[in-house]
Design a protein around this ligand. Structure first.
Ligand code: HEM
Length: 148
């Protein structure tokens, strides 16, 4: 009987070892990031760092607090939706909303750096950072004004 229990325990452990990584991998990026509140907190920190940045702050000069919060909500919804969360993005597409702002490649590179700093501040694990970068990096061609 004790041998049966031992075999059952070993089988249980083996099953757990086999199943746990598969379950973790199956979780959406939204879940792995910690859900809506975590995404909202990261977005707030990120936008705050852009507004305070010497070079990027100019994009938010003369923009009311309410308008900044509207942008913020769209960014939260976009990340939530793109990472597999239960949100629906109602904002404009990335090309339309950034067209005419004159965002240069140098601005883009600063933004990427600030984004990385925010993720580090929140101790977002390496895999999730890579997965987020995979969503943001391809947006460059829609957001950067390559003529400027
Ligand atoms: C250097 C990089 C960027 C700068 C300087 C920038 C700046 C801005 C500015 C000034 C607006 C307000 C435009 C307006 O309403 O007239 C805006 C809106 C927005 N941006 Fe960006 N942005 C940058 C990158 C990004 C990236 C990487 C994302 C996506 C993760 C993003 C997502 C959005 C969203 C969702 C909105 C609001 C859309 C809407 O109102 O319908 N932006 N951005």
């Amino acid at each position: 009987m004790r041998l049966v229990s031992l075999i059952a325990a070993i089988a249980g452990l083996a099953a757990a070892l086999l199943i746990t990584p598969a379950v973790a991998k199956d979780k959406s990026l939204y879940e792995r990031l910690g859900g809506y509140d975590a995404i909202a907190a990261v977005t707030d920190d990120f936008l705050d760092s852009l507004e305070k940045d010497d070079k990027l702050g100019r994009f938010f000069h003369g923009v009311s607090k309410d308008s900044v919060m509207r942008i913020r909500q769209h960014v939260v919804d976009l990340i939530c939706a793109k990472t597999g969360g239960p949100c629906y993005y109602t904002g404009r597409d990335m090309k339309t909303v950034h067209e005419g702002l004159g965002i240069t490649k140098a601005d883009w590179d600063i933004m990427v750096k600030r984004f990385g700093e925010t993720l580090a501040r929140f101790k977002v694990p390496e895999q999730e950072q890579k997965d987020l970068a995979g969503l943001v990096v391809p947006l460059e061609k829609q957001i950067v004004d390559h003529a400027s």
